[in-house]
Design a protein around this ligand. Structure first.
Ligand SMILES: Cc1cc2nc3c(=O)[nH]c(=O)nc-3n(C[C@H](O)[C@H](O)[C@H](O)COP(=O)(O)OP(=O)(O)OC[C@H]3O[C@@H](n4cnc5c(N)ncnc54)[C@H](O)[C@@H]3O)c2cc1C
Length: 302
């Protein structure tokens, strides 16, 4: 790792060493990550991945960590964070297009759209992830989804070592799914969103309405990764879990939220293992009672 640290210094890539997983993921759990590298430009990102590839250094990509859990043993490799690629601007070719860096937060993106009288991203305001993570997940809420507004992306293909443009309709989007989930070599660097002119007062009213709904229905006062499971066809995960009598069920510091059974929360001192064990217990219980397989939305980093 010392040679890698030297490389980062020479390449002027920001980094941190021995970072607690709890600082990197919204569940606030996990052991130490050996190095977090934060490229500021596409050039830095490509040279970083060239180095990691040539030297066979274990690495993972993180956005804002709102859908991942880092293992209690930590991660003895490199977390690539795109937090420094966070610009948000109107596209000079069309004032209804917004270009956002993958590391920008969805809240900043949605606010920028509102401030510029552009409608279509109101649903994204309360999703605590990054633009890159949102594209990866095809994040959505209240009837809106990233795929409805994504025009194109600039991506880096780690395998080919190339930057490429892809159109939104080439991303194989479906419910909480994109091509980026099937091919982890593809990294979103910038995303262009195509929006519509809108009345700022109406845009703001919609964002406020969604925010009030979230506060009323979700356990936002506890660390979590949002909905733990994808919506199974024909059912609601929260309702199935509640009907199994699992509301409030606790393993260590991980608990099925009393407020919304679709959320596993860190109710204090949870470990990554507590969360993993609780997820497995819920899946087993729901399968036994309703013969429905719940697919976990959260990713566990080992
Ligand atoms: C309180 C709360 C509420 C939530 N509500 C919602 C909701 O309403 N709707 C919803 O869809 N989700 C919701 N989520 C889940 C989460 O915020 C989203 O899935 C979000 O899109 C994850 O983005 P992230 O940047 O945090 O990704 P991370 O958790 O950092 O990463 C998740 C995955 O995305 C990959 N990834 C990240 N950036 C990129 C990139 N640039 N290119 C390629 N892959 C990338 C990572 O490698 C990883 O595999 C909620 C979470 C919380 C904590």
């Amino acid at each position: 790792m010392n040679e890698f640290i030297n490389f980062l210094k020479i390449a002027n890539i920001d980094f941190e060493e021995n970072v607690s997983g709890a600082r990197l993921c919204s569940f606030r759990v996990g052991g130490n990550v050996r190095v977090v590298a934060k490229p500021k430009t596409a050039d830095q990102l490509t040279s970083l991945y060239d180095y990691l590839y040539e030297n066979e250094i274990k690495n993972i990509l993180l956005g804002r960590g709102s859908n991942v859990v880092i293992s209690d043993d930590g991660f003895d490799g490199v977390v690539v964070s795109l937090s420094e690629l966070s610009s948000v601007d109107i596209d000079i070719t069309n004032d209804r297009y917004i270009i956002a860096g993958a590391g920008a937060s969805m809240a900043v993106l949605a606010n920028f759209a509102y401030e510029n009288g552009l409608a279509g991203l109101e649903f994204a305001h309360g999703i605590p992830g990054s633009v890159g993570g949102g594209v990866y997940m095809n994040a959505g809420a209240y009837g809106g989804e990233i795929c409805q507004v994504l025009k194109s992306c600039l991506i880096f293909d780690k395998n080919q070592g190339m930057l490429l443009f892809v159109n939104g309709d080439e991303c194989d989007f479906s419910y909480r799914h994109s091509v980026f989930m099937d091919n982890k070599d593809l990294i979103v660097l910038f995303a262009t969103f195509e929006l519509k002119d809108g009345d700022p007062d109406l845009i703001k009213a919609k964002m406020d309405e969604y925010k009030a709904k979230r506060i009323a229905s979700q356990p936002l006062e506890y660390p979590s990764a949002g909905s733990t499971f994808k919506r199974p066809e024909g059912h609601f995960a929260g309702k199935l879990i509640e009907d199994c009598g699992l509301k409030g069920y606790t393993i260590g510091g991980a608990q099925v939220s009393e407020k919304h059974a679709g959320f596993v929360i860190n109710c204090g001192g949870a470990t990554a293992d507590d969360i993993k064990n609780l997820v497995a217990y819920i899946q087993k219980t729901v399968k036994e009672k309703f013969d429905v397989s719940l697919e976990c939305e959260i990713e566990f980093v080992e």
